[in-house]
Design a protein around this ligand. Sequence first.
Ligand SMILES: O=C(O)C[C@H](O)C(=O)O
Ligand code: SF4
Length: 511
Amino acid sequence: MQQFQESVYDLIVQTSTVLPADVRRAINRAKEKENAGTRAALAVSTISDNITMAEEQLSPICQDTGMPTFIIHCPAGANQLEMTRQIQAAIVQATKDGKLRPNAVDSITGTNSGDNLGEGTPVIHYEQWEREEIEIKLILKGGGCENKNIQYSLPAELEGLGKAGRDLDGIRKCILHAVYQAQGQGCGAGFIGVGIGGDRTTGYELAKKQLFRKVDDVNPHPDLQKLEDYVMETADQLGIGTMGFGGESTLLGCKIGAMHRLPASFFVSVAYNCWAYRRQGVTLDAKTGAIQEWLYEQGTAQKMTDPEMNDVHEPDTEQRREFKLQTPLSEEDVRQLKVGDVVLLSGPMYTGRDALHKYLVDHDAPVDLNGSVIYHCGPVMMQEDDKWIVKAAGPTTSIREEPYQGEIMKKFGIRAVIGKGGMGPKTLAALQEHGGVYLNAIGGAAQYYAKTIQGVHGVDFMEFGIPEAMWHLEVEGFAAIVTMDAHGNSLHAEVEKDSLARLAKFKDPVF
Ligand SMILES: O=C(O)C[C@H](O)C(=O)O
Ligand code: SF4
């Protein structure tokens, strides 16, 4: 088994950096669907470029490299303790090499272990089988889409859809609702795995296992096949679109599994995976640990199509204004901006997410934040000599900062926040009152944004861990779209309202 660790390392690197071909084909299809020139088309074409950049640089597709979860099948007698040790060593190495972000945080102390090892992480499931080889499947599912997983207990009353009973039609309603409630926060268009039945734990496990199916496979169970086809035909009609910008492509895949349940329980569990659907697998020679075969078609076999090829739709009706702005920003700079404008920022900006927002409520900031731009981002960083290098730096889900954001903007004079998925009414009111703007960057486009970062000028709060520290960045031409402005407009609120009305059209029984 001398090559086992090296093979696991290769699997981790491939999974984090090269999106498999079946996922790429689904994203290419989405690109064809989104109307050329719209915000959603811009988002999907950025996603597509980002996939190619990550592959070329063998760098993380998204900065959130998720909770590494391994499913291993091995012959009887294979040494699981030794495999676990070697997997842990491969994880540590991949973290050192900037292929994984240090993502293991002590839930009680808040300390990041720094090497992705910790209580319960990585997740490794072993199962024995009759075959001679070892099979390892790995999924790297990030926190933003994980937060959009949802579990229903039937019967239930669902927003927009009414009663959902303990039958196939009730399940149908849960699935559509699960897609609706994710909006743009899980970096859609996404893929869903659905687990019907089980208990609360095994139901979610079954849902996650569905994410290991191939995008183009066909469900062997005829009823579930019909349901999958129905969901795929219907979900896009919700109009949530890429990144929740409103548009034609809302769901890229739906895989459903079922298991027995207790008479009293009827769970429908949904695992939502973002477009950055990073899962791969290998079979290994059980004696040497060498890779025999890759389980999913490797991404290098499927190029991302050229966005220009798809300009076959109606011309864009959205008026797009473009602003090149230098940071720090003035109140005038941000008050002129309206929802739909594209902003290209140059100059200093600061990263800040959960730990920093909580801290700033009752502490001073370490730097002058007047006119500043806060980027909701937890990057992958590497230290070379005494310089910090940004390896991946896409936005994180902003809604988590909703309790703090408005207050902090006013307290420190912050003029813009960049994130993804949008924020709520408290922040919207603060933008209007104080003069601020919310800029939506394209979620998961970690290589695309890393390229705009010209330098790292400092860092505060390293004790929060790399993703949560306050990084002082210098950017050039950082592009984002205004989705909440200082005039009380929020694209997110609009899309949510519109998609709820569309959801209600699917109230009547189908199955
Ligand atoms: O933690 C992150 O960097 C992002 C997270 O996956 C998110 O989607 O919010
Ligand atoms: S930022 Fe978006 S693409 Fe990245 S892990 Fe989170 S949900 Fe997925």
